[in-house]
Ligand binder design. Structure first.
Ligand code: ADP
Length: 473
């Protein structure tokens, strides 16, 4: 069992002031698989002071120096890719054979892209009578969730480093292990002390300090809308910048003349990929009513083709939910869907065949869903899809936008042009047309209650930048 008993603060592995520890449960076996300390207020303040002390020197480094560190860190993360994948599979159940591609290698590649983006920090824009400069925003708290624990961490650390910010990382309670590897990597490459600090703790307990302390300039958070609200409240009295990547209830619009089989395959697998635990998952499949029943039977088949089981088995395509408590949240939504009158096409609350322990659920499809139902409006964060019919394209777009969220979306239509016309009408930060794949080169973020700001791509660094105008000749 992996036991960590120190935090990484100011370049050193430091014993916590707190004596509390947290046991991590492997969701595939329900057994304790690791232990980490839980920070108290004193630990949080130490981390903040360390990041603050490191800021003047780190923010004065050249872009080239920061780029070198980013490349070195990416090289070393690659050396440790297997350990990173092991840690993620162990703590959140992503099938081990899928984990490197889904959770590890792409993010390391994306990390490297910020080496070049660091150079944009030195570009001075000369306008009529003034210059516009870019400066790092300062000391950042980075709070990450458990569904893509490494990628989301890198999506924050990479631009923060590139911009010249210092930081405190706080991983989710369920999945802290990869963060310790990341801290070891920064220690090994000799990143200056205090630039990256790591502590573990219970969100609502450490949140008020990490998000409210006057020496914090910015909070970057990915997680639930509920936690996003609390973080914003903690940060409000000192007017910090708060960047939020929150929930979603993203639509996939399928028109009557689209390639139905390709569209349904894409949509169902998009959701089942990480056991439904992807904030941008296309969990509402909206289909033209003339091909709706056909789409429902196709979706049933694609869902049932998944092999649910042990994440260490190379045959497995879908692992457990990340925790027993997440499973119980999802089960409650499945019950709610049935009570609301939706038609359960496949899946449900029972343990999938052949499994007796672990946080498993079968891929679940609801048909005849009305967009006003709770299961169509609330983020479930599990392998559950709502299929909703629409009368015509206008109605499809109306349903797509009839949500408090706006993170992602997708369209399958007759051809690219027709799909693009629909894509332009959808209120969401991303839209995937005709089966496109996710890329960390594209800006990612939400409209409405899905959050604010953009991560990844060139836009990802903007969150970590202050703009200064220098006027005069
Ligand atoms: P879930 O409810 O699915 O666990 P959360 O949004 O609560 O998702 O968790 C995502 C991250 O947010 C975790 O790192 C968690 O510790 C953190 N978190 C939760 N509540 C707060 C809070 N009030 N302040 C700061 N961080 C929080």
């Amino acid at each position: 069992m992996k036991k960590h008993d120190k935090f990484f603060l100011n370049g050193l592995w430091v014993s916590p002031d707190s004596t509390q520890v947290h046991e991590i449960i492997n969701p595939a076996t329900d057994e304790v698989c690791a232990e980490v300390p839980l920070a108290n207020e004193i630990d949080c303040v130490r981390a903040i002071e360390s990041a603050r002390a490191a800021f003047p020197a780190w923010s004065s480094t050249t872009a080239n120096e920061r780029s070198d560190f980013i490349h070195k860190a990416a090289d070393e993360l690659l050396n440790r890719a297997d350990e990173l994948a092991d840690a993620i599979t162990l703590t959140m159940g992503c099938p081990r054979h899928i984990c490197p591609n889904l959770q590890v290698l792409g993010s390391i590649q994306a990390f490297r892209a910020y080496a070049d983006r660091a150079k944009t920090m030195e570009e001075i824009e000369q306008r009529k009578g003034f210059q516009v400069l870019k400066e790092p925003v300062g000391v950042c708290t980075l709070i990450t969730p458990w569904n893509y624990p490494l990628s989301i961490l890198i999506g924050k650390v990479a631009p923060a480093l590139a911009a010249g910010c210092t930081m405190i990382a706080k991983p989710a309670e369920q999945t802290p292990l990869q963060d310790f590897i990341v801290a070891e990597v920064f220690e090994k490459i000799g990143l200056p002390d205090g630039v990256f600090n790591l502590l573990t703790g219970i969100g609502p307990e450490v949140g008020p300090v990490l998000c409210g302390h006057p020496e914090i300039d910015m909070v970057s958070f990915t997680g639930s809308t509920r936690a996003g609200v609390q973080i914003t409240e903690s940060a409000a009295p000192t007017i910090k910048r708060v960047c939020l990547e929150l929930g979603g209830k993203s639509p996939l619009v399928i028109t009557k003349d689209a390639d139905l089989a390709a569209a349904v395959q894409y949509g169902v697998q998009n959701v089942m990929m990480n056991t439904g635990q992807t904030c941008s998952a296309l969990t509402r499949i909206l289909v033209d009513e003339s091909v709706y029943e056909e789409a429902v039977s196709m979706a049933k088949q694609v869902a049932e083709d998944n092999i649910v089981g042990d994440p260490l088995d190379p045959q497995t395509t879908m692992g457990p939910l990340s925790s027993a408590s997440q499973k119980s949240t999802v089960v409650n939504y499945i019950r709610k869907g049935i009570a609301e009158g939706a038609r359960l096409v496949t899946g449900g609350e029972e343990m999938p065949t052949g499994l007796t322990q672990g946080a498993y659920l079968a891929p679940t499809i609801f048909a005849d869903v009305n967009n006003q139902m709770n299961i169509a409006q609330e983020e479930i964060f599990g392998p559950v899809i709502c299929m909703i019919p629409f009368r015509d394209e206008g109605h499809g777009v109306e349903l797509a936008n009839d949500t408090v969220y706006g993170l992602s979306s997708a369209v399958f239509a007759k051809d690219r042009e027709s799909a693009l016309a629909i894509a332009r009408k959808i209120k969401a930060g991303q839209c995937f047309v005709q089966g496109a794949n996710f890329t960390t080169d594209a800006p990612f973020g939400g409209y409405k209650r899905s959050g604010n700001g953009r991560e990844w791509g060139e836009e990802g660094i903007s969150e970590f930048i202050e703009i200064k105008a220098v006027l005069g000749r």
